[in-house]
Ligand binder design. Structure first.
Ligand code: NAX
Length: 329
């Protein structure tokens, strides 16, 4: 059982087909898809349901479309929480956070009550890190390690920028890191990244020989890529977001390749990379047997340290505001 929320939205429109055709959970894993959206979107959701049926996907055993949490969260193996309250013009950051705390508190409680205890929860809806933390805090019977938020799109953007610059494909670039918040304070770090050039693995700094680009334009391009897509498309990233969700969930399900790590927002333990305890922060992780572990012992230089602390500070502030709303909601 796999739930996608925000199922009538634009990311889901790309995502549902990939889940249904076996690109995420494998070509021999039958799937029941549950689609949740809010009541006013039920008409649109009906159209999505019809289209999914019309895809005639052999692995898709059933599709359930609903606006009820008690139906949507029942017996789930995986919950992909895409739906959230979007920022409207003139809306204050705090008001946006407050509206989302309400949604993710309610969905966390529904996970706690109805889903399997082994459920893997992936939060995409923004502010993704803090929404993920809110859901986890509202689902105390589910291990907090089962919750993660999407920073894989940022990770993929970083890989792609390096690949473009070197004239290779994204597959030839590995071990980039996104640290921190899925926001413009995130820090894309390629100090530990490698690129395959003429069959040999080389460090990205060594391969590019352009430190000022790597420390300047590269970082801001990745940080602001979401805004650049909105400006150009008049809509936010959807195809690339759906692809990143597939990468993220597939790695949880099947593990990361030997010698490679990926970025995802997970709960900090206070002992890793100087990040304060109990923050939902994006780290480099490896995954095996559906369990993630921090990549340990990477040396952090002063340039990185400063950027990692800055995004931690933003997340700490978001967390404090969210917790205020959480206790008063
Ligand atoms: P859309 O506005 O197209 O779709 C969102 C859908 O969520 C709508 O159908 C809406 O009715 C539904 N929804 C709202 N509240 C809900 C609730 N309480 N329960 C169930 N459904 C609810 O947005 P879309 O482009 O699909 O983006 C979805 C979310 O992903 C946004 O919050 C967006 O900011 C976020 N993103 C996060 C990314 C990440 O890397 N973490 C990248 C892409 C994307 O920007």
């Amino acid at each position: 059982m796999v739930l996608v929320t925000g199922a009538a939205g634009q990311i889901a429109y790309s995502l549902l087909y990939s889940i249904g055709n076996g690109s995420v959970f494998g070509k021999d894993q039958p799937i029941i898809l549950v689609l949740l959206d809010i009541t006013p979107m039920m008409g649109v959701l009906d159209g999505v349901l019809m289209e999914l049926q019309d895809c005639a996907l052999p692995l898709l055993k059933d599709v359930i479309a609903t606006d009820k949490e008690e139906v949507a969260f029942k017996d789930l193996d995986v919950a992909i929480l895409v739906g959230s309250m979007p920022r409207r013009e003139g809306m204050e950051r705090k008001d946006l956070l407050k509206a989302n705390v309400k949604i993710f508190k309610s969905q966390g409680a529904a996970l706690d009550k109805y889903a399997k205890k082994s459920v893997k929860v992936i939060v995409v809806g923004n502010p993704a890190n803090t929404n993920c933390l809110t859901a986890s805090k509202s689902a105390p019977s589910i291990p907090k390690e089962n919750f993660s938020c999407l920073t894989r799109l940022d990770h993929n953007r970083a890989k792609a920028q390096i690949a473009l610059k070197l004239g290779v494909t994204a597959n030839d670039v590995k071990n980039v890191i996104i640290w921190g918040n899925h926001s413009s304070t995130q820090y894309p770090d390629v100090n530990h990244a490698k690129v395959k050039l003429q069959g040999k693995e080389v460090g990205v700094y060594e391969a590019l020989k352009d430190d000022s680009w790597l420390k300047g334009e590269f970082v801001t391009t990745v940080q602001q890529r979401g805004a650049a897509v909105i400006k150009a498309r008049k809509l936010s990233s959807a195809m690339s977001a759906a692809k990143a969700i597939c990468d993220h969930v597939r790695d949880i399900w099947f593990g990361t390749p030997e010698g490679e790590f990926v970025s995802m927002g997970v709960i900090s333990d206070g002992n890793s990379y100087g990040v304060p305890d109990d923050l939902l922060y994006s780290f480099p992780v490896v995954i095996k047997n559906k369990t993630w572990k921090f990549v340990e012992g990477l040396p952090i230089n002063d340039f990185s340290r400063e950027k990692m602390d800055l995004t931690a500070k933003e997340l700490t502030e978001e967390k404090e505001s969210a917790f205020e709303f959480l206790s008063s909601a």
